[in-house]
Design a protein around this ligand. Structure first.
Ligand SMILES: Cc1cc2nc3c(=O)[nH]c(=O)nc-3n(C[C@H](O)[C@H](O)[C@H](O)COP(=O)(O)OP(=O)(O)OC[C@H]3O[C@@H](n4cnc5c(N)ncnc54)[C@H](O)[C@@H]3O)c2cc1C
Length: 432
């Protein structure tokens, strides 16, 4: 039956000829064989959270929400094997109940584990890799219906290739994740002036387990979010504070301010200054990981994000401020700055370099294209690599130069899926 596809941000829409929600491996294999026999293309979708068109279907669309069981928890080795459709928010709770945790999380936990890892979803913390680095085993259903098992003992050389796979190698049906002992997070956040923050970045990165910076352009302060891993008892916010932070401030106050700024762009600088005053307060609390790593679902907006070598972080932010001022852009959303440990995953923006990820976001499309162009130019001047699930515009040639193992990945993709069964327009543009 035809299915209307729309991603979370609503910037990617299309129609699939058929939509499937299988609950067993044999069923998934049957769908693949059926698609290939009819010359149909297949796409997988998790929560459809990606801004880039990675999950846009051409013919068949498969969602694994009903293929989302925990298959094995090895408490001694701190490893968990799951069916690929499980959402991070469900996995978080089950792991905690078993004394375990994912090592790091991004801003939300709505994503499926397969979707989050296929795109290299990351949190922050220079001693911690993106979520895909935690994968130590994978089962892939290939275009010919066969199953490829990859683990530390079997086809181990493929792990760096498949951890970030953009959904083009096959259907990820199972994942084994290396977890860590359960921990809580102590949140000791405050605000600093922009210039002072830039000076302190190198020190803050080293002295904070998970450092995140939020800067609203046109406003003087930077929110310095400092999270520390701890075994101390929980000291959570009051329910009133939680309601104010997670519901009122985001869904009512911020949502209204965004609309106001979009209608009257000249009001954006004073609004951002007001947000500084209201939102950037000194915090001290100890909470479960997802209560601190995650933020409430934000109002729908545009996003692009690039990773640059960490040593350029301060200079790049200074140049970003200059670019926004020079182009007279009224930026109503936060610039988000996060830090990720180097890894060896072929398509990782943090491949062999400790990375500073800078996210440029905006509500409404009035300044978006110009902002993105200026931002991407700036990021490429620092050898920036695009973060796959966010919007990016360069052609395949330019992107391939940013990722040293891009050609090796392309070769593997062509070997595992020679007919491009798992391609769509975007991945065809990238890999042919
Ligand atoms: C509000 C919000 C906050 C976010 N915060 C962060 C953040 O903090 N850090 C960050 O890095 N990103 C962040 N993202 C981006 C998000 O993590 C990625 O877009 C992620 O890929 C979404 O997971 P998903 O399950 O929605 O995958 P989808 O967007 O549905 O799919 C992503 C890709 O994975 C493929 N895929 C999905 N399942 C499978 C499977 N079983 N086998 C093979 N391929 C598969 C799809 O085909 C597609 O190519 C955020 C997104 C939103 C909307």
């Amino acid at each position: 039956m035809a299915y209307k596809f729309k991603n979370w941000a609503g910037n990617v829409t299309g129609t699939a000829e058929n939509y499937f929600q299988p609950s067993g491996e044999t069923e998934i294999i049957q769908i693949v064989k059926n698609a290939v026999a009819k010359d149909k293309k297949i796409k997988l979708v998790g929560a459809a959270h990606s801004w880039s068109a990675l999950a846009l279907p051409s013919h068949y669309l498969i969602n694994l929400d009903y293929y989302s069981k925990i298959l094995k928890i090895d408490k001694e080795k701190k490893q968990v094997t799951v069916q690929a459709g499980i959402r991070l928010k469900n996995l978080n709770v089950i792991l905690r109940d078993n004394g375990l945790s994912l090592a790091n999380l991004g801003s939300v936990s709505e994503q499926s584990i397969a979707g989050a890892t296929a795109t290299g979803t990351h949190g922050t913390g220079i001693k911690f890799g993106n979520i895909s680095t935690q994968i130590i085993g994978m089962k892939l259903i290939l275009a010919d219906g066969s199953v490829l098992t990859i683990s530390e003992n079997e086809n181990a050389e493929l792990l760096p290739a498949v951890r970030i796979n953009l959904g083009v190698l096959g259907i990820v049906s199972e994942l084994t994740i290396q977890c860590v002992d359960v921990f809580n997070l102590r949140d000791e956040s405050y605000a600093l002036p922009f210039e002072e923050t830039l000076e302190k970045i190198p020190e803050l990165i080293q002295t904070t387990d998970h450092l995140k910076l939020w800067w609203f352009p046109h406003a003087p302060l930077v929110g310095v979010y400092r999270y520390f891993r701890t075994q101390e008892e929980l000291k959570p916010r009051s329910s009133f504070q939680k309601f104010m932070d997670d519901s009122f401030l985001v869904n009512v106050f911020f949502a209204f301010m965004l609309r106001l700024g979009d209608w009257f762009p000249k009001s954006v600088p004073p609004i951002n200054k007001l947000i500084n005053k209201i939102h950037f307060k000194k915090v001290s609390r100890i909470e479960k990981t997802w209560e601190v790593f995650n933020v409430p679902m934000p109002p729908i907006h545009f996003e692009t994000e690039y990773a640059i070598p960490v040593e350029h972080a301060s200079e790049a932010l200074k140049k970003m401020k200059e670019m926004i001022e020079r182009k007279k852009l009224h930026i109503n959303f936060v610039v988000e700055v996060r830090f990720v440990k180097a890894d060896d995953t072929w398509l990782s923006p943090a491949y062999k370099q400790n990375a500073c990820y800078i996210g440029a976001y905006q509500y409404g499309n009035r300044y978006w294209k110009e902002y993105m162009t200026g931002f991407e130019e700036l990021m490429f001047s620092y050898s920036g690599r695009p973060h796959w699930p966010k919007e990016f515009t360069p052609d395949a040639e330019k992107i391939s130069k940013s990722f040293p193992e891009f050609e090796k990945f392309r070769e593997l993709k062509n070997k595992l899926d020679p007919k491009g069964v798992f391609n769509n327009a975007l991945t065809q543009r990238l890999f042919g």
